[in-house]
Design a protein around this ligand. Sequence first.
Ligand code: HEC
Length: 495
Amino acid sequence: MRLIANIADWFDRRVQLGGPIRETLEHPVPRQAASWFYVFGSAALTVFVLQIVTGILLATVYVPAAGQAWDSLQVLNREVTLGWFIRALHGWGSNFMVAIVFIHMVQVFLFGAFKFPRELTWLAGVFLLLMTLGMAFSGQVLRFDQDAYWGLGIGAAVSSRIPLVGPWLVSSLLGGPIIAGATLSRFFALHVFVIPGILIAIVGLHVLLVLKLGINEWPRPGRPVSRETYLREYRELTRKEGEPFVPDAVWKDVVFSGFILLSIAACALYFGPIGPGGQPNPTIIQTVPRPDFFFLWLYAVLSLLPSSLETPAMLIGPAIAVLVLLALPFVSGEGEKSWRRRPMAVLIVMLAVVAFGTLTDVARDAPWSPVMDAWSGEPIPAKYLTKRTALERQGALVFQAKQCHNCHALDGKGGQRGPALDAVAVRLTHDQLIRQVIQGGGNMPAYGKNLSPAETNALVGFLETLHPAGQAAAQDASRRHTHETNAAPSSSPPR
Ligand code: HEC
């Protein structure tokens, strides 16, 4: 015991933090503020620590490579001892964290805790909310399953609509024109280094401000905040009826944080790890991608709006929401704190809860599906459609509908993962085209189960028209004599 005390003393003489720490722990807080309403901030911090610990554990096994990410999650789920449990804790921790941060924000809003002198604390909080959502989204991408693939598709579709910088933003998010290995590396860097770094810095600032300015006193009606007198009144209040944070006030935080940790563990045990769902597969375009629950309302909004309003809703709505949140403490930095004297505030919260609740409920069967035109919405060039038979044009439709454009360019527009197909008929014969489409191969998914024979026939009919005017389509030499009579230079008839 003596030895430990001596060591502690040695350090304290050099670092000189013992005094400030003790002061911080024992600083008086307004007695009524030590209430069950004030536990959400510390609970969010606790869950954040849980996320860091479980995240580091997961990173020891996870492989951030497009081909292996999904498999490494299967290994975690099935082979690593308790790997499934760590994944489940991390996944449910993330859901809890988003929910708690939201509740914390609503509570702070209703209790007027954003008013003078705590404006900066509120601003830091708004950024923490955005970063938390960023973590949730980038984390979902790391699962690299079917949902992640389409979640990304939606994210890219939204980003691509931003004027001027849209295309640049998409290609820097995805690391290229399509979702591939580079995309995963970028989101891994975001999820593991960039956003957590920013989060830790802002959390530090946020907590420091809370300690420096003291916990918001219990709002009493008829006691408006004024910049001239508030600090004096607060000091008076904590001197008269304050109690030390440790141990008198902190136990509620500890109990609630413990309760939250237990709830996360219970969800993890009962529901198990989240995903990974099916392997990402660009050929499945009939899937109905559903975002995580806290983005569901947005999804419903998009499905209910006429499509002409989608872009404004995606871009302007969120921007306005963030601006309103940021402006709040400046617009109403003084005045009444109690919700009993702020009917507008109560009304806004009630409206928001009802709106979010209803929209989330609607989203369970809302039909919106994103327009995946971030990089593949280019129409088939008109010159490839003129003077074509009905079947060949049908094939062009299949080409468009099955998103071949995602990976293949025509006339310089479209994805880059596969070769441009402008002159594909010169390289491949009818049979080779069929084989390529049905069996895929060399990094192209097999479309066999995804195309009916009629669709395949039309598609290949269209592909066979893709050759420069002066160059004939490739022919199967062993069958040449059967075609001599009917092989037209610009298009081959359906067989
Ligand atoms: C996920 C990306 C991807 C999608 C989607 C895709 N392809 Fe491909 N495709 C490729 C890649 C990569 C290759 C090159 C394969 C190789 O190197 O053997 C390729 C090759 C081809 C070829 C052979 C080209 C040549 O010059 O050898 C044809 C024809 C083709 N694709 C047609 C299609 C059609 C039709 C569709 C839609 C039904 C489609 N592809 C969808 C990635 C894709």
